[in-house]
Design a protein around this ligand. Structure first.
Ligand code: FMN
Length: 209
């Protein structure tokens, strides 16, 4: 009886604790959820208020897949198109635990740097650092088979914009909040994330409940 009472006291605290993303196995994306496309478009708006509570692993899994996940296994093509199918957009997730790279083939997160670096993603808009997670879009210009740097950056900007819109529409359709942002401490993040000089930071999205 005493054990039961202790458990009942502890249970709310345990269930409120956000699950760690380190080493987590992401569930398969739920492709049935959400509003209709038109309803999501009608609701899409850049959020101004941040709910600081952590997203569920199911929401994170679906969000990552919706952004740049593989939607055609046979060709490995993605939910977001890319110029020349270069698939140069990399998706990172920054939380209080660290920065993770999304691996579309494995539908998994790989920890690349530990620690809370949300302030670097928020940049001069300091309040944004309260968001539980940020998605960060980079473009690895080396993946384009041809084209000079100017042309590659142009393609990368178009492709990052498309992935960004996937995030916004997914959030609008599933009751989450987000805002596309170019603001961030790009040089610091570039170093912190150990990116190649040809992999450039494009956009980030705080995502909240
Ligand atoms: C490429 C891009 C960069 C943006 N950068 C920022 C930013 O750094 N900070 C910010 O608060 N909002 C940023 N925004 C959000 C815009 O301010 C917002 O989309 C615009 O005010 C229109 O509002 P709406 O998205 O609700 O329609 C950005 C939007 C885009 C598309």
């Amino acid at each position: 009886m005493r054990t039961l009472s202790i458990l009942l006291i502890l249970l709310p605290a345990i269930s409120c604790q956000a699950q760690s993303l380190i080493g987590v196995t992401l569930p398969a994306p739920n492709k049935e959820r959400g509003l209709t496309v038109m309803q999501a478009l009608a609701l899409r708006a850049s959020a101004t208020d941040m709910d600081t509570s952590m997203l569920s692993v199911n929401d994170i899994s679906d969000l990552l897949w919706a952004t740049v996940g593989i939607n055609r296994e046979e060709s490995g093509k993605r939910t977001a198109p890319t110029a020349l199918n270069a698939q140069e957009i990399n998706l990172y997730l920054c939380s209080a635990e660290g920065i993770f790279l999304y691996l579309p083939k494995e539908h998994a997160l790989k920890l690349i740097v530990t620690g809370d670096h949300r302030k670097e993603v928020a940049g001069r808009q300091e309040k944004a650092a309260e968001a539980p997670i940020f998605l960060i879009l980079t473009a690895d210009l080396r993946r384009f088979p041809f084209g000079d740097d100017e042309r590659r950056k142009l393609w990368a900007a178009m492709d990052a914009g498309i992935a960004s819109q996937n995030i916004s529409i997914f959030c609008a359709g599933t009751g989450l909040s987000t805002r596309p942002r170019a603001t961030m401490n790009s040089e610091t993040l570039h170093e912190l994330m150990m990116l190649d000089e040809k992999e450039i930071l494009m956009l980030n999205h705080p995502v909240c409940n």
